[in-house]
Design a protein. Sequence first.
Length: 383
Amino acid sequence: MMTRRPLLAALPLVPTILARAAHAQGELDKVQRKVFTAKSFHLESSVVMPEIVIAYETYGTLAPDGRNAVLLTHGYTSSQHMAGRYAGSDGAPTGAPNSAEGSWDGLVGPGKAIDTDKLFVVSSNMLGSSYGSTSPAFLNFYTREPYGPSFPDITLVDIVNAQRALLEGIGVRHLVAVAGPSFGGYQTFQWGVTHPGFVDGLVPVVSAPKGSGGQASVDALVSQLAKDPHWNNGWYYDRGGITGVLTEMRIATLKRYGIDEQLAQQFPDKALREAEIARRALGWAKAFDGNSLVTLRKAAVKFDAAKDFGKMKAKVLYVLSRTDKVFPPTLAPGVMAQLKTAKVDADYYEIDSEFGHSASGLDAAKWAPRLQDFMASLTKKRS
């Protein structure tokens, strides 16, 4: 006679069953925030920072030889939370909603284009940003006051060198690929020319190999921030911050990135849609530091990886979005010609999306197969 197992005895199995189901669906759960510290970090300017902190997340497992890693690089105003869901509020970057999908959640995870069953994925908050890495809001090592506008000028080379220090510090010996959108694409291109022997593949997305705008762009940004009554030449930390002007700027940025198209179905009423955009903008403005915007803009306008394409050894998949107004697809012919002239093994893919600059995450399914093929070609090369 069969004995029926008591229901209460079966309950402990429920979390395990749910976890297995989530894994089968390609989800990353229990993502945690981590921090790496480096001492005596040398900048390109010859300034030595006594200590830097780099916040990061990892997905998957590092192979014993340390050579199955992928680095994800994030955008100008976004965070290292590129995929998965947080285990709890303690793991979330400041201002990031708990359990929210990362911007590339459709591309990174078990069985996805960047397959965490096989690859160890590192996503780091870049030096100078506002989600846990050393930035202008950090206390100066010597004065114990915020760096503010006195934060040393950094470059894209400094940003990728900080990432290299992080990777080596956690046991990564070689990268299968570096991939990222927008400012993350800047970092991806920079990796290819700064550390050409350390990486096999590059996936710069909705981006370009050279910055634009020059010093005039930096001056315009500072003038915009200075409209906030608390600005005080960048020393606003004890004056209540500059949330007002940051919110206004964020609304404009979201609209340029295609937020109206993204929310049109969910909020068909324009007034409700505008309210939702303002709500999102305010959440970001409370988390992001205005001086970080300036620091990263300074780095962006000096950025030029194209001049060093001759150093590049990695294979490239360059990806743009059909409707992107920030990095329009008209950039592609020129960039691909430069790569070809430098004898770089490069291919181009255009995402047929209505979501503009946000297409790589919101329309992940439209280019995931091409990314998966590219990643397979790199891992095949490894084996």
